[in-house]
Every structure is written in structure tokens, then in C-alpha cells.
Design a protein around this ligand. Sequence first.
Ligand code: ZN
Length: 296
Amino acid sequence: MPELPEVETVRRGLAPTMEQARLERLETRRPDLRFPLPDQFSERVSGRTIIGLGRRAKYLLIDLDDGMTIIAHLGMSGSFRIEEAGPAEIPGDFHHPRSKDEKHDHVLFHLTKGDRSLRVIYNDPRRFGFMHLWTRSDLDLYPAFAGLGPEPTGNLLDAEYLAARFRDRIQPLKGMLLDQTVIAGLGNIYVCEALWRSGLSPKRKAGTLVTKAGKPKPELMALTVAIREVIADAIAAGGSSLRDHIQTDGSLGYFQHSFSVYDRETEPCRREGCGGIVSRLVQSGRSTFFCETCQK
Ligand code: ZN
């Protein structure tokens, strides 16, 4: 399942093609993905210009020039790819290396940008992804966005904010950080990684990182930095994988991460001088990977 850094990587990969392009025609090849596609979807968006490509948590936001936004979620297996379909195309010499997958091409954005014609194709074998059309000025009313916390890389996330949320709370850190009303889009993998980086146990009670006066302790400042860094590092890794992908097949979406602690049960801790072993713990039905030796 794509996590936030992968969605951001997809956004950055699509933006140069989609932003300021005219959406000549939206082609839908089936009426639904995980949910039905919007009523009259093609009629309502064809002919519009895409004025921006944004992201909120794990949702892509395709902003149109009539004040509407296409909200797209990649689900478990969704991906986008870009194909050039312009005057440069030589009939009979246009390769479709992914033709075996074309039966999973569900939504096609036929675009023009300057004198180029392009297709941005949404492919999703398992069809857990979905798309909605929403009025941009009312995005806060979109059900998945109501009550959503700040972005992990945004300016609103700082140690003072987390101190206010953690104060007097006895919930374990792991659960607090997965709570989307506390931080938006921070998934299981990156919570494990951020806790390891900051040397904090996933079982630690959230309130213990806050002083009696409600101020963040140094440990909470370290955790805040770790959250920003794990996400920024993963986005940077995605960016380098993105360059490779574009060169090879134009597809955008998934890349290999190297994790410090996630999915490394029974393996040696990677913290220099620690000597501990990574263990796994199940909290609220999710696997937590951590090192008992250096995470306190
Ligand atoms: Zn360790």
C-alpha cells in the first residue's frame, strides 16, 4: 500500500505533465473503482485546465480551473503512468511495453500541453483506489479530510503542537502517532522508523513527553524532528527512484525503501553501538517493530 512519501513522489512525477495542461477528455473504462466514479465524470471535467496538483495526507488533489478538484486515492495497487501521444508518435512504431496490464487501465486523462498530446493513465489491478469530484472551497467537508491533523512535513507540525495533543494522555506513542487527527498520513512504517530514530519506545505513554506545564520535553522535540526526517528522506529516495522510473517505463508509484527497523524482526539493531535485536509487537492489530535495548 502506498504510504505518504510514495503519494508525494507520484504527485511530483505527475506535476510537470499535468499542471497547466488542458484536460481534453477524461476516458473512463468502467463505472467504478472501489466506489462508483462521479456521475457524469467525463462530461464534468473534460475541457478544463488543470491549474495545480496537490496532496492532502495520502490523497492526490487535481485542481481544475472551474473551482472543482478531482480527489484521487491509489488504494492498494493504483499507479499512474505518462504516455506521449503527440506528433512525435510514429504510426506502427509506438511501443506499449505494458500492454499485458492494459486491462487494468481504468481512467485515462487525455491532455494537451502546448503542442504536445499526452495521456496520464490510472492503472489499478485490485481496484481499491477511488476518485471523487469535490468543490475546492469545501475540501474541508470531504469526509476523509474532516478533523485531519497537520501534514508531517508541514509547518503546523511542531513540538508545541504535539505537546498540546499528548499532554496527560496515557495512550502509547505508537497509537497516538497513527491517529490521523493528530498527524495526517503518517502510516505504520514511518511511525516505527520515527520512534526508532528518536530512541523512544512505541509503548511509552504519550503524556510522559510533556512537562507539567504542558511544554515539550527534549525527547518530544527529537521525535518531531525524526518524523519530519523519515518522511523527507523517503520522499528524497522516491525522487531518485522516480528519475529511474521515468527513464525506463514512465510509470510512477512504488519504490524500494531501506528501513532501519520496520520489517526487521530478529535482525540486529542498526544503531551504532546498540547491539540489540529488533522485536515485533502487535498493537491495535498492527505490527510494531522496535529495539527494546535502545528505545525507551
Ligand atoms: Zn537498538
